[in-house]
Write a protein that binds this ligand. Structure first.
Ligand code: LLP
Length: 455
């Protein structure tokens, strides 16, 4: 039903990306919202607001969905790896590790977080279109796989890897030249992309890598974009990757891994209708199998690297409602105690979200408001037309679908501290990232001597 609220819908436990709310979301007898067995208003009281909440069971169900669908639909070996750019912390890494997934990292920070979370190099993959020397060296020393994106990666690694030592494990990222329908900022598969090798270049690079004693090319990689609801572009990718695999084999490489990237979308609002994780994996697995069989290629290990669809709908952000401004005949602004610094997605991609009052989610909406953030920017609006019951200053509001690319893209704009993150499970809550304190925002400020004299 199009107008049903997130917490009124029967959750899809097999494919959590199809729910707006975390899978454990329920209402108690008084009609108040609980997630992971914890009353949201209690969490707001205990940890303060704004507050990121992650539901452990939703994350684990999503991991199981990818793992099991790969086993079911792909006849060869497979591995799902979590794109930790979606939300990176030691606790999340450890959950992902305990679910037997791998992890994709794109910086030294994400790499050390994965290592602290218990990952070993064998299951870590480093991406990036401009990797630093430190990133390359740490990835090599931890025996992670490095996904080479351009010629500088090859030159730098050739310089950094000591001769006679274990070769560095590599994957080659190919720009597949595939268009898909998503926001232009999060499209990566089209030819005009900063990521990966242009298809015209791939043959030359494959020859170059064959002659590098310090490198072992183990796989090919492509990623077409994010928040995608279509299956066809992912299926088209199978042709590009298997054709490149054939080329690599002819050139003399023994390649075992094909990484098809991530990209499956999630349901942010009632009008979003993403495929299930099972549909997505089935489509990808069948396309890769068919494309490899057509070329008489031994089935490679199939790797996929979901971020958003693994963690997005496990997250909810709690805010406290503050001031109100009624502009007769125009709109009512309701301001909250966070905004674009904890969720930059609306201002960046015009993303839409669902929200409700945590203690009165079923009350009949009485007004339509514009939910404004507290930052000094008119565009700092989280939700444009939100229908809610009458509210007053101090009421707690939950915004759904904030598990991916919220905390990880947060900033300190206006010197506003970053929120805490709490993990909920079986009626308990654990702080996994503590709230930043205003004084901590000064920790990198340096006050030069000559200015002191002026004071
Ligand atoms: N692999 C690679 C190489 C990627 O670049 C990405 C996402 C993923 C996997 C995971 O994609 P996902 O399954 O999450 O769609 N900040 C944007 C999203 C940027 C995505 C960047 N790359 C947003 O908030 O929508």
């Amino acid at each position: 039903m199009a107008d049903q609220k997130p917490y009124e819908q029967e959750p899809n436990l097999l494919s959590p990306n199809r729910n707006i709310a975390p899978t454990s979301t329920i209402l108690n007898k008084e009609g108040k919202l609980l997630i992971g067995g914890c009353l949201l208003s209690d969490l707001a009281k205990k940890y303060g607001t704004p507050l990121y909440i992650l539901d452990e069971s939703t994350i684990r169900l999503s991991c199981a969905a990818y793992r099991e669908a790969l086993c079911k639909y792909y006849p060869g070996d497979s591995l799902a790896i979590y794109a930790s750019k979606a939300n990176s912390s030691i606790a999340i890494s450890s959950i992902i590790k305990s679910e037997n997934l791998g992890i994709d990292v794109v910086s030294e920070g994400e790499l050390i977080t994965a290592l602290k979370g218990g990952f070993e190099g064998g299951k870590i993959f480093l991406h990036g279109n401009n990797k630093s020397e430190e990133e390359l060296l740490l990835a090599y020393k931890s025996q992670s796989t490095i996904v080479i994106d351009n010629e500088q990666d090859i030159t730098e690694l050739g310089r950094l890897i000591p001769r006679g030592e274990t070769p560095v494990k590599l994957m080659l990222r190919v720009t597949p030249g595939i268009e898909c329908h998503t926001h232009e900022y999060i499209r990566t598969g089209h030819l005009d992309s900063k990521f990966g090798f242009d298809p015209e270049k791939v043959e030359e690079i494959l020859y170059q890598l064959r002659d590098c004693k310090w490198a072992k090319l183990e796989g090919l990689h492509s990623h077409i974009g994010s928040q995608i609801f279509e299956l066809q572009p992912h299926q088209d990718l199978a042709e590009v990757l298997s054709e490149t695999l054939l080329l690599a084999k002819r050139i003399g490489h023994q390649i075992n891994d094909l990484n098809v990237g991530g990209g499956l979308g999630i349901k942010y609002t009632n009008s979003d209708d993403p495929p299930t994780i099972q549909n997505w994996v089935e489509a990808v697995a069948r396309a890769i199998t068919k494309a490899c069989e057509k070329r008489n290629l031994k089935l490679p290990r199939l790797i996929c690297e979901p971020g958003r669809s693994l963690i997005g709908t496990s997250g909810v952000t709690l805010y406290k409602i503050g001031s109100r401004k009624d502009i007769p005949g125009i709109r009512t602004y309701l301001s909250i105690d966070g905004g674009m610094s904890d969720n930059p997605r609306p201002i960046t991609y015009q993303s839409a979200y669902e929200a409700c009052l945590v203690d009165r989610p079923l009350h009949t909406p009485q007004e339509t408001v514009t939910l404004a953030g507290k930052h000094c920017e008119s565009g700092d609006v989280l939700i444009k037309d939100l229908s809610i019951p009458q509210s007053s200053s101090g009421d707690i509001l939950a915004v759904f679908g904030t598990g991916a690319y919220n905390s990880s893209m947060s900033s300190n704009y206006n010197r506003i501290p970053k929120p805490a993150t709490v993990l909920v499970h079986d009626g308990s809550s654990d702080l996994i990232q503590r709230r930043e304190q205003p004084e901590e925002l000064l920790r990198y400020d340096v006050f030069p001597e000559h200015l002191r004299k002026v004071i």
